[in-house]
Design a protein around this ligand. Structure first.
Ligand code: IPE
Ligand code: IPE
Ligand code: MG
Length: 253
C-alpha cells in the first residue's frame, strides 16, 4: 500500500478479467469453478477501489462474443451473475458504491435484466465508487449503435454534420456519463483488447499481467496502479515539455 501515490490515482480503471477457465484447468476443476473463484477477486478489487478512492471501475464481465461459448457455461455465468448481484447489493450500499451497466442489456435473460435493474436503482444515489459492469458488451456493437443514432439525427436535420466531433461521439457511447479510463488492466497473459472500449481506451495506459483473474487480488491491483504511476504520459508531446510543465506546477504551489 505504501508504494502508491494517493495524489496520482487514476480516476477510472478498466479491467479485462481473464483466465478463470485456465485457473480452474490448472487445478483439474471445471471452468465454472474458476468463474466462482473469480467472483471473490471481483469483490476484493471493488472493495479496494472504493477504499483507496478510485472513482470509476469498469469490469468486463461478459462480451458479445462470449455468447458463443457452450450453453452450459453461458447459463452458469448468467446464474452466477444473478446470484452475485443479489448477494452483494447490501454491501454495495454499505460501501457507498453505485452500480451501472454498459452493454446490450436486452440480450440478457429476463431474470438478469430484472436483477440488474433493481440493483442499479437501489444503488443509484450512492456517491462513492461507480462500478460499471460491461455485460453483453462489445466496442464494435457500441460504436455501431452510436453511429446509427448520430446518422438518424443528421438525417432528420437535428444535427449538423459539422457538429460531429470527438466529444459528440463520446456522448453517444454507453460510457457517456463516465470519463475515459486512464488505466486498462488485462489479467492472464493475453495481449489483446478483445472488443473492449475501443474509443475510450485511445490514450489509456495498458497493463498486462500473467496472473489469472482468481489470483488477482489487492496486492496485484496495487502493483498495477504503482506501475501506472511510474509511467510518463506524454500525449504526443516530448518528455522535455512534460518535465517543464511539472516543474512549473511545482513552483506555482
Ligand atoms: C474470463 O475468464 C471470464 C469470462 C470471459 C466470462 P475466461 O473464461 O475467459 O478464462 P480463460 O481465458 O478461458 O482461461
Ligand atoms: C474477454 O475475455 C471478455 C471478458 C473478460 C468478459 P475472453 O476470454 O472472452 O477473450 P478472448 O477470447 O481471449 O479474446
Ligand atoms: Mg479468456
Amino acid at each position: 500500500m505504501e508504494s502508491i501515490d494517493y495524489a496520482k490515482l487514476p480516476q477510472h480503471i478498466a479491467i479485462i478479467m481473464d483466465g478463470n477457465g485456465r485457473w480452474a484447468k490448472e487445478r483439474n476443476k471445471d471452468r465454472v469453478y474458476g468463474h466462482h473463484e473469480g467472483v471473490l477477486s471481483v469483490r476484493e478489487i471493488v472493495n479496494v477501489s472504493a477504499e483507496i478512492g478510485i472513482q470509476y471501475l469498469t469490469l468486463y464481465a461478459f462480451s458479445t462474443e462470449n455468447w458463443n461459448r457452450p450453453k452450459e457455461e453461458v447459463d452458469a455465468l448468467m446464474e452466477l451473475l444473478v446470484n452475485t448481484i443479489r448477494k452483494e447489493v447490501n454491501d454495495l450500499n454499505k460501501n457507498n458504491i453505485r452500480l451501472c451497466v454498459i452493454g446490450d442489456m436486452g440480450s440478457l435473460p429476463m431474470k438478469c435484466q430484472i436483477e440488474m435493474k433493481e440493483a442499479i436503482d437501489l444503488t443509484a444515489t450512492n456517491t462513492g465508487l461507480t462500478l460499471i459492469l460491461a455485460l453483453s458488451y462489445s466496442a464494435k456493437w457500441e460504436l455501431v449503435e452510436a453511429i446509427k443514432k448520430i446518422a438518424t439525427a443528421v438525417k432528420s436535420d437535428q444535427l449538423n454534420v459539422e457538429a460531429i466531433n470527438d466529444a459528440l461521439i463520446s456522448a453517444h457511447l454507453s460510457t457517456a456519463a463516465f470519463p475515459d479510463p486512464e488505466l486498462m488492466i488485462r489479467t492472464s497473459g493475453e495481449h489483446r483488447i478483445s472488443n473492449f472500449l475501443l474509443f475510450q481506451l485511445a490514450y489509456a495506459e495498458l497493463y498486462f499481467t500473467s496472473t489469472h483473474w482468481p489470483d488477482f487480488r489487492r496486492e496485484q491491483f496495487l502493483q498495477a496502479i504503482g506501475d501506472y504511476q511510474n509511467r510518463e504520459r506524454r500525449f504526443g508531446k516530448t518528455s522535455e515539455q512534460i518535465q517543464t510543465n511539472l516543474t512549473n506546477v511545482d513552483e506555482s504551489n
